[in-house]
Every structure is written in C-alpha cells, then in structure tokens.
Design a binder for this molecule. Structure first.
Ligand SMILES: [Zn+2]
Ligand SMILES: [Zn+2]
Length: 146
C-alpha cells in the first residue's frame, strides 16, 4: 500500500489532518495514518471498512440453517417418501451457496468461511440429485406398470 501514498506527497490522514498518511484503505481508498490503519493479511483498511469486511466474510446464519435443512432432507430420503424436503432444501441451499461463495470471495474471506458454502453446495447437489433419481425411478415404474 506504500505505492499510492508515495505518489501523493503530503497526503494527510482523513481523520487526523495533522498526521501524514501511511496507507490507503483497500475498500474506500481513504488516506490512513498509522493509528487508523487496520491490517488484515497484506491489506490495509480503515476501521469502518474492516467491520464491513468482517461482516461480509462470515458465513451467514441462513447458510447454516440450510445446511441443517439439507441434512434433515437427506435423512428423510431414507423413508422413501416423495422428496419434497429435498427439493426445497436442495434448491434453496444451492442458490444460497452460490451467492455466499461469491460474497465471501469478494470480501477476501478465509478458506474456512468458504468451506461452509462448499459443503452446503455439495449437500444441496446431493438432495437435488436424489429428487432427479426419485422422479426417474417413479417414471420408470409408472411406464412399466402400464
Ligand atoms: Zn475504508
Ligand atoms: Zn488517523
């Protein structure tokens, strides 16, 4: 982050006008002095942007709920009932998992946060696959009975 600041001689911290800036916030581009700079990994942020990043890189509660819903739906499959739960949980889970991993990647999230989105996607795919298999089996039996 030294490059952009070096090219702006005399840059001052946005919050402390009498202190020279030492970094630029990676998100909002504001000038930061040493006291205002929050470093995560190799990247400098201002305090509000760091909070934004933390919020945006944590797995959401909805993802955790859908993860459980997908597990329950997989369990229900064993009862050989029409896989309505699988269809709902799998569909919603797949959509959310794609959105989550995009959001977390954009926020520069840790691999651990991305793992939850991946597990959710895998479970959702399993549920949707089960729905397809169930429909295929149903169609096959239906045609055979006729
Ligand atoms: Zn910022
Ligand atoms: Zn400052």
């Amino acid at each position: 982050m030294a490059g952009p600041v070096a090219s702006t001689p005399g840059a001052r911290c946005a919050r402390h006008p009498d202190v020279a800036a030492v970094a630029l916030c990676a998100r909002c581009g504001g000038f930061l002095c040493g006291a205002c700079t929050e470093v995560r990994g190799e990247t400098a942020y201002c305090e509000p942007c760091l909070q934004w990043r933390i919020r945006n890189t944590r797995p959401s509660r909805a993802a955790a709920v859908l993860l459980v819903a997908n597990l329950v739906a997989l369990g229900l499959l064993l009862r050989l009932l029409p896989p309505v739960a699988s269809l709902l949980a799998g569909g919603a889970g797949a959509l959310l998992a794609v959105r989550e991993s995009r959001r977390i990647t954009r926020g520069g999230g840790a691999p651990r946060s991305r793992l939850l989105a991946r597990v959710l996607l895998a479970l959702s795919a399993l549920n949707l696959l089960a729905v397809v298999l169930w429909l295929a089996l149903g169609a096959y039996l239906w045609f055979r009975v006729r």
